[in-house]
Ligand binder design. Structure first.
Ligand code: P6P
Length: 336
C-alpha cells in the first residue's frame, strides 16, 4: 500500500491530465456529489442522536413508505448540486418528476440521477446503506431539458458510483477507465484513494439472492440456485456460500471487493414488473461499475447497459458480478 495519500481531487485532476476523461465541469460535479455524500454520512452516523430515524409520513413514487433519512439525503443532493452550473437537471428515486435546475442558476451539460439512500429498510437497524449515482450528458440540441433527455441506455453514462455508509464510508467511482475506491478520512474530512483498478474474480463460491422468494422464481434462476445448494456432490462440484444484506450497495461492494454474484430476478409476485430494482439509478450505475471491474451485468437475457429505457422509474431484473457466473445464469435463461 503506497504511503502517498492521494485525495479525490488530486485523483480527478490527474485522471483529466493523463487521460482526458474528466472535463472540469464533470470534475466539479463529482466533487460536489462526494461532498454531499459526506454530509449524508454524517446524518446517517448520528442515528437516533440526530432524531432522523424512522419513517416519514409520505410515500415515494414507487409507493414505498419514505424514511426521514431518504428525504434528507435527497434534499442534500439537490441543494449541493443545483447552483454549480454543471447540471441541467436531476432525477431521483424519491421524486416522481425530474428536477430542472432553477433559472436563477446557470444550466450545465450534465444530468445527474440518484438513489439518495439505497437500502432504507436497514437504516433503523444500523446495517450498511448507501447513495448510488449515475451521470449522463445532455443530448446535443438547444431545446429545454425534459424527462426524455434522461432516457438514455446505460452505455451512455459518463460517470457512475456509489458511497457506502458502513464501518467505513467509501466512495466507489468509474469514469470509464476502471474502478477506484476512496475511503473517508474523518479527521481530515476528505476522501483518500485506497484502491484503484479494482478487479472482480471471474469465478466465485458466493451468491446473493433473497431466498424467501424461491417459490416465485423463474426456472433458470431456480436451476442455478439449486445447483449452488447441491454443493460438491452436485453439478457445480464445489460448495457455495450465501449472503443477502438487502442493501444493493453493500452487496455490490462485497462483490467488487472479493467477487460473487448478485441476483434480484423477475418473479411471479408482480408478473407485470420486470423486477424490483430500478434501471436508471440502480442497475445502470452498478452495472457499469461491475463491467469496469471485469464483471458482467444482465437482466437474465441481455446486457443491462444496452437496455433502452422508456420510463424514468422503470424496473429491471438484475444479475451481476463475477463474469463466469453471470454468463452461466444468462445462458440458463436463453436455453429456457
Ligand atoms: P428485499 C433496498 O430496498 C433494495 O432496493 C436494494 O438495495 C436491495 O438489494 C433490495 O431492495 C432488497 O429487497 O426484497 O430483499 O427487501
Amino acid at each position: 500500500m503506497s504511503t502517498k495519500r492521494i485525495s479525490l481531487t488530486r485523483y480527478l485532476v490527474e485522471q483529466q491530465r493523463d487521460h482526458g476523461h474528466i472535463p472540469s465541469q464533470l470534475r466539479l460535479l463529482l466533487e460536489v456529489v462526494a461532498r454531499a455524500c459526506k454530509s449524508i454520512s454524517q446524518a446517517v452516523n448520528k442515528g437516533d442522536l440526530g432524531g432522523v430515524l424512522g419513517s416519514a409520513s409520505s410515500e415515494n413514487v414507487q409507493g414505498e413508505v419514505q424514511k426521514q433519512l431518504d428525504i434528507i439525503a435527497n434534499e442534500v443532493l439537490i441543494e449541493a448540486n443545483e447552483w454549480g452550473g454543471h447540471l441541467a437537471a436531476m432525477a431521483s428515486e424519491e421524486m416522481e418528476g425530474i428536477y430542472v435546475v432553477p433559472n436563477r442558476y446557470p444550466q450545465g451539460e450534465y444530468l445527474l440521477l440518484f438513489d439518495p439512500l439505497d437500502g432504507s429498510s436497514n437504516i433503523d437497524v444500523n446495517v450498511s446503506i448507501g447513495t448510488i449515482f449515475s451521470v449522463l450528458r445532455m443530448p446535443e440540441d438547444d431545446r429545454g431539458v425534459d424527462v426524455g433527455d434522461f432516457l438514455q441506455a446505460g452505455h451512455r453514462q459518463v460517470a457512475a458510483g456509489y458511497c457506502v455508509y458502513g464501518p467505513q464510508t467509501t466512495l466507489v467511482l468509474t469514469v470509464g477507465d476502471g474502478v477506484a475506491m476512496f475511503t473517508l478520512d474523518r479527521e481530515q474530512g476528505s476522501f483518500v484513494l485506497t484502491r484503484e483498478n479494482v478487479q472482480i474474480p471471474e469465478d466465485t463460491k458466493e451468491f446473493a439472492i433473497n431466498m424467501s422468494n424461491m417459490r416465485h422464481w423463474d426456472a433458470p434462476v431456480k436451476r442455478y440456485v439449486d445447483e449452488c445448494l447441491a454443493g460438491k456432490e452436485g453439478p457445480r462440484g464445489k460448495d457455495f456460500n450465501m449472503r443477502w444484506i438487502a442493501s444493493m450497495v453493500a452487496d455490490v461492494h462485497r462483490i467488487l471487493t472479493r467477487g460473487g454474484i448478485f441476483m434480484y430476478p423477475w418473479d411471479k409476485r408482480e408478473p407485470e414488473k420486470p423486477g424490483k430494482l430500478r434501471l436508471m439509478y440502480e442497475a445502470n450505475p452498478m452495472g457499469w461499475l461491475v463491467e469496469q471491474a471485469g464483471g458482467a451485468a444482465t437482466n437474465g437475457r441481455q446486457r443491462i447497459l444496452d437496455i433502452q429505457p422508456t420510463r424514468l422509474h422503470e424496473r429491471v431484473s438484475v444479475i451481476l458480478g463475477s463474469k463466469n457466473e453471470v454468463e452461466r445464469v444468462t445462458r440458463y435463461h436463453l436455453e429456457d
